[in-house]
Design a binder for this molecule. Structure first.
Ligand SMILES: *Cc1c(COP(=O)(O)O)cnc(C)c1O
Length: 378
């Protein structure tokens, strides 16, 4: 039997430089949170246009801390898109609050002022808006609306490193944003995440929250020539990133602009190839910004002859590892106890979209092959 070469949906771009940086961190003897984490925080915050970065163990823990920072508690409602990786909704439950699902815009997959307003109640205290698959939400519109309603706006920027809105990096001007460095994202540290904030006091609190509530970090205590007696100011967490991860992250940060430019070129080529196929609508830049194409999804309209799942099966048979589109949390067993308001756009996108392979190793021949399958089944 012929061996089918499978085209993976995503491959992290990891080179000898990352391996060397990780090895250097190990050889230094300092492997827990230390100087490399501090350096990575500084450089990442500068890259995304935020005042301060606080590195943590994942975007999921970053979202948790962002909600703790805002004092979200049991009895509160937090508006989230159902159309997101499930961690967005789960973070709300970690603080004992109730996730309330809002629908999204068909073109961007993102919350809008209107869809948020439709499910807002007097118990709403916060919103988590997601830059879905790297497509920025309308930062200016949502931030202004949230401020007007007196609601905290937590930005789930898990996928958005390298995306822009209104001419600046998507995280610029966010009160609090949560980022992911999982290998499925454009920039990776293995596992890892970051909370960015503009407010210096918020950064101090976040540093404490990720490290057991201590008023002085273990790294600072270690550096001091005097004995330092730490105090534990509140019940908190161990959500630290390691210096091994941060060493990798610093190298990755240097690759970010190039990786995003390459992804956007590949996406432009997908757009050209897909243009002639009826019933296939690929994701694109919104009017106010640019996506890093962390996920290149296509929506199938009723004009397309084949169902999404049949198309996925055919792609798999022909060596293409595509994925179903972004999940909808309210359709999962974990949220079976929630009855949301109707979410017609969310359900349509999750049912009728799929994510095509996009990474640094994709060739023109790969793209021709992938789009060829879509054309054959149109
Ligand atoms: C990947 C992702 C997360 C979770 O990120 P982790 O770093 O794996 O915890 C959260 N939200 C969104 C929108 C994501 O895509």
């Amino acid at each position: 039997m012929a061996v089918v070469q499978v085209i993976p949906v995503m491959i992290p771009m990891l080179g000898e430089e990352e391996a060397q940086a990780a090895a250097d961190a190990v050889r230094s003897g300092w492997v827990a949170q230390g100087p490399r984490v501090a350096q990575f925080e500084k450089e990442f915050a500068a890259t995304v246009g935020a005042g301060h970065g606080v590195a943590v163990s994942s975007c999921t823990t970053a979202l948790h801390l962002a909600l703790v920072l805002h004092g979200v508690q049991p009895g509160d409602e937090v508006i989230v898109p159902s159309l997101s990786f499930i961690a967005t909704a789960n973070a709300v439950r970690y603080v004992g609050a109730t996730p309330v699902f809002a629908d999204v815009d068909l073109a961007t997959g993102n919350l809008t002022v209107e869809t948020i307003d439709a499910v807002r109640t007097p118990r709403t205290t916060a919103i988590i808006a997601v830059h879905q698959g790297g497509v920025p939400f309308d930062t200016v519109g949502l931030r202004k609306a949230a401020e007007g309603w007196g609601l905290a706006l937590v930005e789930d920027a898990a996928c958005a490193a390298g995306s822009t809105a209104y001419g600046t990096p998507a995280g610029t001007g966010a009160a609090v944003a949560a980022w992911s460095f999982h290998p499925r994202k454009v920039l990776t540290t293995g596992e890892g995440g970051m909370v960015t904030v503009d407010d210096a006091e918020a950064a101090v609190r976040l540093r404490r929250l990720r490290e057991h509530g201590m008023n002085v970090s273990a790294a600072d205590r270690h550096k001091s020539s005097q004995p330092v007696l730490e105090a534990y100011l509140e019940t908190a967490y161990n959500y630290r990133m390691t210096d091994i991860q941060a060493a990798v992250g610093l190298v990755q940060l240097g690759r970010l602009a190039g990786l995003v430019a390459q992804r956007r070129e590949l996406a432009a080529r997908y757009h050209e190839l897909l243009a002639g196929i009826d019933g296939v609508v690929p994701v694109r830049d919104p009017a106010y910004g640019t996506t890093n194409y962390q996920s290149f999804w296509v929506l199938l309209t009723p004009d397309y002859r084949t169902s999404r799942d049949e198309l996925l099966a055919e792609l798999a048979k022909r060596g293409v590892s595509a994925r179903r589109g972004i999940m909808a949390a309210h359709l999962e067993p974990a949220y079976a106890d929630v009855t949301p308001a109707p979410l017609p756009v969310t359900e349509r996108i999750t049912r009728d979209s799929l994510i095509l392979p996009l990474h640094h190793k994709i060739t023109e021949a790969d793209q021709n092959h992938i789009v060829g399958v879509l054309r054959d089944l149109a």
